[in-house]
Design a protein around this ligand. Structure first.
Ligand code: NAD
Length: 428
């Protein structure tokens, strides 16, 4: 969502067309999978703190549920569009399939900027979203979760509204709930940790010692912070992170060549993943233009902010030293940039594989919620690691066997599973 002319859904369709061609899918199946099965767009009137009423736009898109109930987050973002939500829903279908979860793909969103909404206004917005869509979602139908600028508190308000409307307790309606209120231990860490579990396996494949590597990260929100945490646990050194500066309305890259201090930076970061620039500079960090994350002389790049961050304009700025890109964000690389990376022989762990730890843990939360029985953190993270590792190794094996880049191998794995489910159900 960089504001450049770019449409995430067209990009998702272009990626799909490429794999449909590779797989030789027949036309009805292509048509079915190129589009969401269902999509809802609705208005959300909210009474603001000053007494006025403001009408927001909300969306829920269900791309495909042949393999199981839909699953996907809800974003708050001022630039949200139906096409972004469509793309993200489609990517959720592939993501659930590549890690072999019995789930389909959905996504939701509200066009808003929570920086400018009070807690009460955010609560009202969450409750309105549920009121508009309650008949079309549910524990066995479509299960929402947090995403960009939404958190456990938003999920709990949404759950409370859903349960009020349905007249019962349905903790499996939504995931990413607070721990103690049906949330799973490990969910907060899951996406970022999962990115690095996959990265660890890629290091093994390339014969690289993680302790010898450095990385630059785009973003400093949930996914980025926990990627950094796990990567540092493996002995890697993160030299730069970038984030959006709400006051300045532009992004900054904070660099410290000897490695960032995660605990310190977290301590000066707001709940939207925005670092306090003055405090960072005072502590000796260089505040570079936001795009600088991509041109760092490091071994690993982890885009973990928003979609469309590596494109044909900036891909050439990636240092020759970079050997691996682990896509924490959804859709960070445009097809044109991906082409350049392929030519370069870059090892890319594609988004819907790299960041599948979030939905994997959401699935584990759903299972626990539906059973009303909860596992210890180690148990959850152990299952997460096992799922990520085995999905990564499956894709790697296909990539070697068919001499495909990792993105194509992940797509072939995921799309063939979904296509098979559609055929088995007799849909096409
Ligand atoms: P978040 O809101 O917690 O953090 C987003 C971060 O990106 C913030 O630090 C923000 O300042 C930064 N950012 C925004 N615009 C930027 C820009 N132009 N340049 C640099 N930084 C910028 O969001 P998150 O949950 O960490 O999600 C990040 C990405 O990962 C998104 O693409 C999301 O869809 C994807 N994802 C998230 C999860 C999850 O579990 N949270 C799971 C899978 C995928």
């Amino acid at each position: 969502m960089s504001g450049k002319a770019y449409n995430a859904f067209h990009m998702a369709q272009e990626q799909f067309d490429r794999v449909a061609e590779l797989l030789g899918l027949d036309p009805p199946l292509r048509e079915l999978l190129r589009w969401p099965m269902r999509e809802y767009a609705f208005s959300l009137p909210v009474r603001m703190d000053d007494g006025s009423v403001r009408v927001f736009r909300g969306f829920r898109v269900q791309h495909n549920d042949a393999r199981g109930p839909g699953k996907g987050g809800i974003r708050f973002h001022p630039l949200e569009t139906i096409d972004t939500v469509r793309a993200l829903a489609m990517w959720m279908t592939w993501k659930c399939a590549v890690v072999n979860l019995p789930l389909g793909g959905s996504k939701g969103g509200i066009v808003c900027d929570p920086h400018h909404l009070s807690q009460r206004e955010q609560e009202a917005l969450c409750r309105q979203w549920v009121r508009q869509i309650a008949r079309e979602v549910g524990p066995w139908l479509d299960v929402p979760a947090p995403d960009v600028m939404t958190n456990a508190q938003h999920m709990l308000w949404m759950l409370d509204e859903f349960e009020t409307l349905r007249g019962g307790r349905y903790p499996g309606f939504i995931t990413g709930k607070p721990v103690g209120m049906g949330g799973s231990l490990g969910r907060t860490e899951a996406t970022g940790y999962g990115v690095v579990f996959a990265l660890r396996e890629a290091f093994k494949e390339l014969g690289i010692r993680s302790e010898d590597t450095t990385a630059a990260v785009q973003g400093f929100g949930n996914v980025a912070q926990y990627s950094v945490e796990m990567y540092q646990q493996l002995g890697g050194c993160v030299v730069a992170v970038s984030c959006w500066d709400q006051q300045e309305q532009k992004s900054y890259c904070y660099r410290r060549k000897e490695g960032i201090d995660l605990a310190f930076l977290r301590g000066i970061t707001d709940r939207f993943g925005g670092v306090d620039r003055a405090k960072a500079i005072a502590a000796g960090y260089e505040a570079l233009p936001g795009e600088a994350w991509i041109e760092q002389d490091v071994d690993v790049l982890i885009p973990a902010a928003l979609e469309h961050s590596i494109d044909e304009e900036n891909v050439g700025r990636i240092s020759r030293r970079v050997r691996l890109i682990a896509e924490g964000a959804n859709g960070p690389t445009t097809p044109a940039a991906d082409h350049v990376l392929r030519e370069r022989g870059m090892f890319v762990i594609p988004d819907f594989l790299a960041n599948a730890g979030g939905v994997t843990c959401s699935y584990l939360e759903q299972v626990q919620s539906n059973m009303n029985f909860f596992w210890k953190k180690d148990e959850v993270l152990g299952r997460l690691d096992a799922t990520m590792t085995s999905a990564f190794l499956d894709v790697l094996e296909l990539s070697r066997r068919r001499k495909l880049p990792m993105r194509d191998a992940a797509y072939v794995t995921a799309v063939s599973r979904v296509a098979q489910a559609c055929r088995d159900r007799g849909w096409v």
